[in-house]
Design a binder for this molecule. Structure first.
Ligand code: HEC
Length: 162
């Protein structure tokens, strides 16, 4: 096995245990997104997804224990969803803003990025973090906390294009 694969396996084993802060799955830069945990944290904090296609407004989440949300889609995800693809191409990125019940105060972000062609949870990198520190985030390829609910979507995407 290539040494880089061994490192990746070690990181996967470590990240499967739960939230952590500076993990890097080693998937590099995808569509200008540095997919390390620190890279995604910077990306969402700086709102670098804000000019993407978005749901028209903040709304109640369909997920339990959530509050209010708004989902954003990058161009790759938009084109793939529009085409009705069964699996989305590498570089599809979706961001969910997580709000307090007032629907105005931003608490954090969830993000999925498609990192490998094909099917299955391991073709996605999942991230969720809360401000102001974004110190104990969920981060990982096929993350165990995330893929279950998302398996009911089309290639793990559950939100329809606005
Ligand atoms: C209890 C079920 C559930 C779990 C667990 C879950 N999600 Fe979701 N997720 C949803 C639902 C439902 C939506 C649709 C938007 C909404 O109603 O909140 C969603 C939407 C999203 C979106 C917007 C794109 C899409 O697929 O609709 C992202 C990004 C996302 N979730 C990331 C995550 C991450 C990262 C985790 C793990 C930390 C996670 N989710 C865990 C239910 C879940």
């Amino acid at each position: 096995m290539h040494p880089r694969s061994l490192i990746l396996l070690a990181v996967l084993a470590a990240s499967a245990c739960g939230p952590s802060s500076t993990v890097d799955e080693g998937t590099g830069v995808i569509q200008e997104l540095d997919t390390s945990e620190a890279g995604i944290t910077a990306f969402v904090r700086e709102g670098r997804y804000k000019d993407w296609l978005a749901e028209p407004g903040v709304h109640e989440t369909r997920a339990p224990h959530g509050s209010k949300v708004r989902v954003y889609f990058n161009d790759t995800a938009v084109q793939s969803l529009r085409a009705g693809n069964a699996t989305h191409p590498v570089g599809s990125i979706l961001v969910k803003e997580l709000y307090e019940s007032d629907g105005k105060t931003l608490r954090g972000h969830a993000l999925d990025v498609k990192i490998a062609e094909g099917t299955g949870k391991d073709t996605w990198l999942f991230y969720e973090g809360f401000g102001p520190e974004y110190a104990s985030n969920y981060y990982g390829r096929g993350h165990s906390t995330c893929h279950g609910c998302h398996a009911s979507g089309r290639d793990y995407v559950t939100t329809a294009l606005p």
